[in-house]
Design a protein around this ligand. Structure first.
Ligand SMILES: Cc1cc2nc3c(=O)[nH]c(=O)nc-3n(C[C@H](O)[C@H](O)[C@H](O)COP(=O)(O)OP(=O)(O)OC[C@H]3O[C@@H](n4cnc5c(N)ncnc54)[C@H](O)[C@@H]3O)c2cc1C
Length: 381
């Protein structure tokens, strides 16, 4: 049987594409290797811009009722300990940013995609099916058995280890456009209410450590660093996190009963490397298309925005009964025009500033929240 649209990956990118297309009356099969709710290694900061887009897809009330923990301001700490606090600017649609464990946030999106009419299948996708250079579906493993599902359009939103991108992309993601990161949760910790904290210091640049409160007394903590530098320094993420948590200013916020749990590592593909996102019969979305901001490490907004562009392009192409690369190309153009410029600026800042503790120090001390560096963290998380 041929499905109209098969979406692989039910994270923010895949769930958004699935709900947008299902709401327009398309037949959508959403596939994920995991049953939901499921965890995803992340800082859990959900930018207001992503909430704006999800609100237009019918999630406004559900998000308002979910009791998510708002993020209202950011604190940035320089290599020598200078710090400033700045409020998050209002989003165009008037939404708040939140810090929500992905276990909860992704579940809400997944449920909404199903309520919008998408059908879910828990299966591990193995590879795209190709016929004369055209993607015609996927091969997957479901309950131990391998089978094939044919599609008119395949949307690959299967994250930074995407098997679809690996099979289709003519190039590989280079190490200078990738990062590695570790995150853990702290319970019974003295958080700063509604405040996201970034720590930039020697030994972590180009990268940073974070503390993002998820509720009163609870926080998501972690750090990330560009992969090529991590390899050069022969780094160890667990030791680096341990060092961060033992810094006196952080350690004093531990209570006797503070628990560290759910430690996990994952990788990030930055949007600073141009990626072919459109193929005959297929589109890549979110981390599968390497759409993470190379300065902030934020990828949820870009994944949701790209999914919206993908759904708009796919809707027109399906109506025209033309799923050729040429007909689907407006998706690539939208991503390049709407997400490309800030990705490029962020990469320049990451490349020329972020490596040098003294430059970062000077910038934070002289311009504080007004520097385009800090503004990128405020606007492009
Ligand atoms: C440590 C860390 C911290 C981060 N912090 C933030 C943050 O605070 N804010 C922010 O905006 N971004 C953050 N990011 C980036 C963010 O997590 C991603 O950009 C975002 O999850 C991308 O969404 P996605 O839908 O493209 O992919 P994902 O969220 O990765 O979803 C992919 C889905 O595909 C499924 N899948 C994968 N392979 C297969 C397969 N073969 N078959 C079937 N299903 C499959 C997975 O189970 C998963 O559900 C962080 C990333 C890391 C690693």
């Amino acid at each position: 049987m041929e499905r109209e649209v098969v979406v692989v990956g039910a994270g923010p990118g895949g769930a958004t594409a699935a709900m947008a297309l299902a709401q327009q009356g398309h037949d959508v099969l959403l596939i994920d290797k995991d049953q939901f709710p499921r965890d995803k290694t992340c800082g859990d900061a959900i930018p207001a811009g992503a909430i704006d887009i999800l609100s237009t897809l019918g999630l406004k009330e559900k998000i308002a009722q979910a009791g998510f923990y708002p993020a209202r301001q950011m604190m940035m700490v320089s290599p020598h300990g200078y710090q400033f606090v700045a409020p998050f600017p209002p989003s165009e649609g008037g939404s708040e940013s939140y810090i929500v464990p992905r276990l909860k946030f992704d579940h809400l999106l997944y449920q909404h995609a199903l309520e919008s009419g998408a059908e879910f299948c828990q299966a591990q996708v193995i590879a795209p099916l190709l016929e004369r250079g055209r993607v015609i579906g996927v091969r997957l493993r479901e309950n131990g058995a391998v089978r094939e599902i044919h599609s008119r359009l395949l949307i690959a939103a299967d994250g930074s280890t995407s098997v679809i991108a690996r099979a289709l992309r003519p190039d590989k993601q280079q190490e200078m456009h990738r990062a590695v990161a570790i995150r853990a949760y702290l319970d019974n910790f003295t958080e700063y209410a509604h405040e996201i904290e970034f720590y930039l210091y020697k030994g972590i640049l180009p990268g940073y450590a974070w503390i993002f409160p998820t509720a009163e007394g609870q926080a998501n903590v972690g750090l990330g660093i560009r992969l090529d530098y991590f390899r050069q320094m022969k780094g160890n993420l667990e030791k680096m996190l341990d060092r961060f948590l033992n810094m006196p200013a952080i350690k004093q916020r531990f209570k006797h009963t503070t628990q560290i749990h759910s430690l996990s590592t994952w990788q990030l593909n930055f949007g600073s490397q141009p990626v072919q996102k459109v193929y005959e019969g297929a589109l890549l979305v979110g981390d599968a298309a390497a759409q993470i901001n190379p300065l902030t490490g934020g990828g949820i907004y870009n994944a949701v925005a790209a999914a919206q562009f993908a759904a708009a392009t796919a809707h027109e192409a399906l109506l025209a009964n033309d799923l050729s690369r040429q007909r689907l190309y407006p998706y690539q153009t939208l991503c390049d025009e709407q997400l490309g410029p800030s990705m490029h600026r962020s990469f320049l800042m990451q490349k020329w500033l972020f490596r040098f503790p003294l430059l970062v120090e000077g910038l934070i001390r002289t311009l504080g929240a007004n520097s385009s560096f800090a503004q990128t963290f405020l606007n492009k998380l």
